[in-house]
Design a binder for this molecule. Structure first.
Ligand SMILES: [Zn+2]
Length: 207
């Protein structure tokens, strides 16, 4: 009799587990993160079909005459567009805030691989990232969160960067030779000695 009860209790427990135990409902996170008084930032979270998805989020912005794409790292372990925006406004005194056009998160501050669109891209205004007039005026500044002298970009960051660079090259007619690292135009080690530049070029458009 006792044995039967044990079996009954076990079966009931398994049945309950089967119904409710292991299923986690999918969470849907907001696609936009606008921080009033800081910067106008919306986000793109690439997934399996990233390229058309990026296009669907960026196609409606008017673009002006861009000639370069300049890649940076933040030289910090964590960060986000909002954080850099605050720093650029408060410490650098830049009234247009965030000096980059795009920021790609590494999971510390924003989700890994998330692309944040800065207000300088939305408004199509000069960046403040290169330290050289020519490259601030004509260069699209993309900053990957991380210190790539100490670590490497995550796989998700590189996937997002490739998709974004490819999209921007096609949209703005930017040649591969004009997809550059910050250190190509100025005396700096940015974006860090571990940044895989040739891997990026291998994964983006050639023209
Ligand atoms: Zn830089």
């Amino acid at each position: 009799m006792h044995f039967r009860w044990k079996i009954y209790i076990c079966v009931s427990f398994l049945a309950i587990l089967g119904v409710s135990g292991c299923y986690t409902p999918p969470t849907s996170k907001p696609m936009t993160a606008v921080k009033p008084r800081e910067t106008t930032v919306s986000t793109v979270r690439p997934h399996k079909k990233a390229e058309p998805y990026i296009a669907s989020r960026l196609d409606h912005y008017f673009v002006r005459d861009w000639r370069y794409i300049v890649i940076h790292h933040s030289a910090t372990a964590s960060g986000s567009a909002a954080e850099f925006d605050r720093y650029h406004r408060e410490k650098r005194g830049w009234e247009n805030g965030l000096g980059y056009h795009f920021v790609i998160g590494n999971g510390n501050g924003t989700p890994d691989g998330e692309i944040e669109i800065g207000n300088r891209w939305i408004d199509q205004i000069n960046g403040a990232h290169a330290g050289m007039e020519e490259y601030n005026h004509y260069g699209i500044g993309i900053c990957l969160v991380g210190d790539f002298n100490q670590s490497r970009p995550t796989a998700a960051q590189m996937a997002s960067l490739s998709e974004l660079v490819e999209y921007l090259q096609n949209r703005c007619h930017i040649t591969s030779e004009n997809v550059i690292m910050h250190r190509h135009c100025r005396q700096t080690d940015c974006p860090g000695r571990n940044f895989p530049y040739y891997k990026l070029l291998a994964n983006t458009s050639r023209f």
